[in-house]
Design a protein. Structure first.
Length: 223
């Protein structure tokens, strides 16, 4: 059975209508309407099957769901170097925010030192979804023990008018306020961010359960 056949077996027309509104930049005919748990199940089958390499080499894909499955498969690759090779090969084909956002490679967690140069390169990219992916990896992987204040500037210094990139920057800084408040709040006090990102990050932080009420009240005063 082909991947397309598997997707068609579990498609949901109502969910398809929802997805077409969520990713308006993707032509409706390229969205089949398959829910994420089903795509992850199919991705596992592809990962464990004999045609994994053929599928990963077969770019570009036609359907939105094929791209999501592609990244889900990559995320399961345990060897860091092979995973990075596949990520680098796929990022130029990422054409919407859900594909950029849904997969987090497991091998990244234990390879922060090796990963960081790639993150710097991705954030510097002119391709919106490559830069967005880089910011998200910086947010996911480097706001804990491996955090450095210079990483905040990596995101703050990325100037763009692209909505999906500005939204990711706001998400990053809202999360940084939750996890690294003392180091992050000067970016708001000194208004170092793009005005739109500044306001959106505060909005997200105020809505977050991870930010204290005291910090929320102060952030409101910095809008």
């Amino acid at each position: 059975m082909t991947l397309y056949s598997r997707l068609m077996e579990v498609r949901d027309e109502e969910y398809r209508e929802f997805q077409t509104k969520l990713v308006p930049n993707i032509p409706q005919e390229m969205i089949l309407g398959v829910r994420t748990p089903e795509m992850r199940r199919i991705a596992r089958m592809v990962f464990e099957g004999p045609d994994r390499e053929t599928f990963l080499d077969d770019l570009p894909h036609r359907y939105y769901e094929e791209n999501l499955i592609h990244f889900f498969v990559i995320a399961m690759i345990r060897d860091f170097d092979e995973c990075i090779r596949r990520v680098e090969g796929f990022l130029p084909y990422v054409d919407c925010w859900p594909v950029s956002d849904q997969a987090t490679p497991k091998s990244f967690k234990k390879n922060h030192q090796k990963l960081l140069p790639y993150i710097r390169k991705w954030i510097a990219s002119e391709h919106v979804y490559t830069a967005r992916f880089g910011m998200r990896m910086l947010m996911n992987e480097y706001l804990g023990e491996d955090f450095r204040e210079e990483y905040l500037q990596l995101v703050a210094g990325k100037k763009s008018d692209e909505y999906y990139l500005k939204m990711m920057a706001a998400w990053y800084f809202a999360t940084a306020l939750a996890k690294r408040y003392e180091e992050t709040v000067p970016y708001f006090e000194e208004r170092r961010l793009d005005e739109w990102v500044h306001k959106k990050a505060i909005q997200k932080a105020v809505e977050s359960y991870r930010v204290t009420d005291e910090h929320k009240e102060y952030l409101k005063s910095l809008r």
